[in-house]
Structure formats: C-alpha cells, structure tokens
Design a protein around this ligand. Structure first.
Ligand SMILES: [Zn+2]
Length: 332
C-alpha cells in the first residue's frame, strides 16, 4: 500500500469546497507522457493554480500505472523545484469501470478516483459507487461518480447518444452512494468530434460549425437540489479552431472537429461545477506543433526538436484554460 499522502498529493475535498465557494473550477488535465506532465506542472505553478492530473484506464495501459504514479510524485517535487511552496496536485483515476481497478489505484498512490457506473441501471450504479466510496474513504481518497450518459468516445468509454442527468435523481444518488462529487451530462461530449454537423448550425460568415448550447437549465436545477455539492463536467475540450487549422494545413485530416465554446465553460465554472475535464485540447495542441515542425524542418529527427515546441504549445493552452476559462489562477 502506497498512500498518496506519502507522495505529496492531496485529495479533492478542500479544493472543491473552495472552488464552489469561489466561483471557479479546477482544471482536470489527462496525461500519458512526460511532456504533458511537464507542461501541466509548469502551467499550474506559473498561474498558482491547483490542478488535477488524471489518468484513464487506457493511459495506464499505454504508459504503465507504476510509471504514471511516480510521474505524479515527480510532478509534486518538480512544482516545488519551480518555486511553488505548497503545490495542490491531485492524482485522479478517470472513468474507473470496476471496483478492482479503483482499489488498485487507491492502493497505489491515487488521491481521487472516479467510478463510472453511468451505463449501469440506476440501483447498480448506486451499489457499485457505494462499494468504492466505502473502500476509498478509509484512506481519505475522494470519489467521483457519474449520473447520466455523455456521447462521444474516450478510450474505452463510448456512447452514441447522450442522456441528460435527471435532476430528480441527484439527491437520492449522492446521499445513498456517498460520493464526493458528481459528473453530470448536460450536453458536453467526449473526443474531438463532439457533435455531428447535423446537430450544429453553421456560422454564415465563417462557415464554421456552431454546436448546440449546454443545458444550463438542468445544471441550475441540480444546483438548487444539491446546494454547494461539487459538480464535474467531462468532455469539455473546446477543440480550438486554430489548432485544427494548423493540423489540417500540415497534412492532417480533421474535418468538422468541434468542441464546447469557451464562453459556456466560463459560465459553468462560476456555478457548482468545480472540475472541468480537458483531454482532446492537449492532444490537438501537441499534434499541431509536431505536424508544423515536421513540415517546416523535414530534416529533424531528434525527438527533443519536435517535442519541445509541442510541450510549449500545450503549456500555452493549459495557461489559457486556467486564466481565461476556469479562473483557478492565484488560488494557492
Ligand atoms: Zn470523461
């Protein structure tokens, strides 16, 4: 058993309480590689922001769980080295799908886990979540649960259609499951193709797709029923058009990629939404920089030559999200 406390990590409890009270949201960035981790830590330290570094089951398979755990410990030490006296870094399991996976993460240094029983029948979702909560709370690890189904594809998680969270279920679900935070479905979606062109309208001036708005009425109804309870939004990348354009201009092929407009995420951050998950934007920033680099310097073959600009581009994106969208800067 390795406790997250030994690694210098924190759970989400105090962080979320402050975020809900302060009207901002904590960034939850997915990571699989050294460069992503470095960029996340640099961005969090420079902006004085708490941060959630999250790992999906797919990331654990890709990078190895043990390596990722020590990378998170390294992130804490690196943040201190960069001058941050009291880094607030969470290592979180994204979309845990079984009790065993959650237990394995809790036993191996994670400070927070998500158990995603959203595809199960309601009562089974409660029972599974409760089982994880009972185990996690013995070690002061916080648990995120999900109610409602998001559309889109994220590693092993895929659904063609979304089912909005039913506000009438949230009090019963959170009370009986004992979860510490709740991911809800109000129209966000996983991946870089969050909406089909048929679901969108087109801006007559630019010809770009305009996605349907988030269901803020459902969010506000949930807030009313669960005052002050931490709410989480998954699938909240904005799929920046300039990165998509860079990728497409340098040999990529991402037609009609579309995300969640930042002004809607800015609005959500001011509510009980206290954790916003961003993964695709980091992938796009990395890929755009690498494609551009190879196009301009086809003779380069040292990975540092193209991973350095990729890291810089991701860092710029992370800082932008923290300062301009989530408002979690200057909170340490
Ligand atoms: Zn998700």
């Amino acid at each position: 058993m390795t406790s997250y406390k030994e690694l210098g990590l924190v759970n989400t409890r105090e962080m979320f309480k402050k975020a809900v009270a302060g009207g901002y949201a904590i960034p939850a960035f997915n990571f699989n590689t050294l460069e992503q981790m470095q960029a996340i830590v640099q961005a969090a330290v420079e902006t004085k922001s708490p941060v959630i570094m999250q790992v999906s089951k797919g990331a654990r398979n890709y990078a190895n769980g043990t390596i990722l755990r020590y990378m998170a410990q390294g992130a804490v030490e690196y943040a201190k080295e960069l001058g941050c006296e009291n880094p607030q870094i969470v290592l979180h399991l994204d979309h845990g799908d079984t009790f065993e996976l959650c237990k394995d993460c809790i036993d191996n240094g994670f400070s927070s886990v998500m158990i995603d029983g959203s595809s199960l029948p309601y009562e089974e979702n409660i029972a599974l979540t409760k089982k994880v909560v009972e185990y996690a709370h013995q070690f002061d690890v916080t648990v995120e649960a999900e109610l409602g189904v998001l559309a889109g594809v994220e590693d092993e998680v895929a659904s063609e259609v979304s089912h909005y969270t039913k506000p009438e279920e949230v009090v019963d679900f959170s009370t009986r499951s004992g979860c510490d935070s709740l991911a809800i479905s109000i129209g966000t979606s996983h991946g870089a193709y969050k909406f089909t062109p048929e679901q969108c309208t087109r801006d007559p001036k630019t010809g770009k797709l305009v996605p349907p708005p988030l269901a803020f009425d459902i969010l506000h109804e949930i807030e009313k029923r669960l005052p002050g309870f931490p709410i989480v939004l998954h699938g909240s990348s904005s799929v920046p058009q300039d990165e998509v354009d860079t990728i497409n201009a340098h040999g990529g092929k991402l037609p009609d990629a579309v995300g969640i407009p930042e002004e809607q995420l800015r609005e959500a951050s001011k509510s009980a939404v206290c954790k916003i998950n961003i993964d695709s934007d980091s992938r796009l920033a990395m890929t755009a920089a690498i494609r551009k680099h190879f196009d301009e310097k086809p003779g380069d073959f040292d990975p540092r030559q193209y991973l350095k600009p990729a890291r810089e581009n991701m860092k710029k994106m992370y800082i932008h999200k923290i300062v301009e969208v989530l408002g979690s800067n200057d909170k340490l």
